[in-house]
Write a protein that binds this ligand. Structure first.
Ligand code: OGA
Ligand code: ZN
Ligand code: ZN
Length: 409
């Protein structure tokens, strides 16, 4: 966000909601009623929302409940009675919901836009589900002009949406100056440093502390699988790439996971549940962790992969038979990952940046030959959280602009 946009947001920021977000009052509440202590709201579009009483009481936006400075909660939520109930609920002249609570007579006033944005009825939850499409070799990587992303918030937003959705994007027409990748990354947030520094130079060198800094082929992998939470994003900026070879490859681990689930469910079961150990090699640091090769959320959807064949460590926590099965399962998955049907391949051009989800879009490069020319990339990492925060802030800015526009007409 630029500082001018931030001040615009603070102009419109209101103590009518228990957070610092901005919501339109597009959808009006027609009636509100109490039933068994919970609050029911009938919306103008015919939808109905039911708010559990304790849930709503906790979110009271008044300045006794939420600091007018920080907007963080001032009371101890466990001091509320678990069966607090609404005694009265009515609408005020501005269409806000007023609730009087039974126990301490506290009165709360809720912004209809905030209620609509936060309701959790079946229709609302379903409407917010955003299944992410997965991709294979035919994927046309979404591409954005680097200057637009740097200068223009709407183009930034479009890029962030694509990065979040597909986990792989390209930026073109960037400068070939060193430091460019940092500028682009800072459009999202703070760079996450690692033992390779804040910005790392991918170049073939005699004192390499990673296979990436040799000229050898790098098979499809993620970076830093040795960390409890590996970086969520990786950027690689091509500065020079005129040596022979050194082409880039990408594969969507979530797409491979889908295929594996259908074709070899018993292998899928193992790679999603067994902890596989990883360890870096270095004279000055010793990172180790273990995790499933594909991690699923509570609904069984892949949320991250941990795939890398050159930073594995010996499995020491499984008895022989299980260990053998775990190795066979990994073998199966890794063979699959390499299949042509899953991967896109191209050669990065100077002034091009690839930005990808390090825990989803596996990356690789073919061998290159330093005696035929130069190859230099600059790279860095960020976390997924920063992408999500930047996306939320851009969405907030867009809502703010829409509200201003509607007020002006
Ligand atoms: C890396 C890496 C890819 C490349 O630095 O981790 O995978 O194209 N580099 O050199
Ligand atoms: Zn209150
Ligand atoms: Zn890498």
């Amino acid at each position: 966000m630029t500082s001018s946009n931030i001040s615009e947001l603070s102009d419109i920021y209101t103590l009518d909601v228990p957070d610092m977000d901005i919501w339109p009052k597009a959808e009006k509440i027609l009636t509100a009623r109490v039933s068994s202590g919970d609050i029911y709201v009938d919306w103008e579009d015919g939808r109905v929302s039911r708010f559990q009483a304790l849930w709503l009481r906790e979110q009271c936006p008044c300045i006794q409940c939420h600091s007018e400075i920080t907007r963080e909660t001032l009371f101890d939520i466990t001091d509320l009675s678990i069966d607090v109930q609404a005694k009265i609920c009515v609408l005020d002249a501005d269409g806000y919901l007023i609730v009087q609570w039974d126990q301490d007579g506290h009165e709360s006033r809720y912004h209809p836009g905030w209620l609509r944005a936060n309701c959790y009825d079946d229709w609302a939850r379903t409407g917010r589900e955003t299944g992410k499409p997965t991709w294979d070799k035919d994927f046309e990587i979404p591409a954005f002009e680097a200057g637009g992303v740097l200068e223009d918030d709407d183009q930034l937003y479009d890029w962030l949406v694509a990065l979040d959705r597909y986990g792989l994007t390209r930026l073109y027409n960037a400068s070939t100056d060193t430091g460019t990748v940092e500028k682009v990354a800072n459009r999202i947030g703070q760079i996450r440093p690692s033992n390779f520094g804040s910005i790392f130079e991918v170049v073939s060198r005699p004192d390499a502390n990673s296979n990436a800094y040799l000229s050898v082929e790098l098979p499809l992998h993620m970076d830093l699988p040795t960390r409890e939470t590996p970086p969520g994003l990786q950027f690689l900026h091509c500065i020079v790439n005129d040596a022979e070879g050194g082409e880039s490859l990408f594969a969507d681990a979530f797409h491979v996971a889908k295929f594996l689930k259908q074709t070899a469910p018993e292998v899928y079961e193992i790679v999603t549940t067994v902890d596989y150990p990883f360890r870096n090699r270095a004279l000055d640091c010793d990172y180790r962790t273990a995790g499933p090769l594909i991690r699923l959320d509570a609904d069984g959807h892949p949320v991250e992969s941990r795939i890398n064949t050159f930073l594995t460590a010996p499995i020491t926590h499984l008895p022989h038979d299980q260990l053998k099965k775990a190795l066979e399962a990994r073998h199966h998955l890794m063979r699959l990952v390499k299949e042509d049907r899953f991967r896109v391949q191209f050669k990065l051009r100077p002034g091009e940046i690839v930005a990808f989800d390090n825990r989803r879009a596996l990356h690789a490069r073919t061998e290159f030959f330093p005696n035929t020319g130069n190859r230099l990339l600059e790279g860095c990492y960020l976390d997924r959280d920063d992408l999500h925060s930047a996306l939320n802030m851009q969405a907030r800015r867009k809502r703010c602009e829409a509200i201003r526009k509607s007020e002006a007409t």
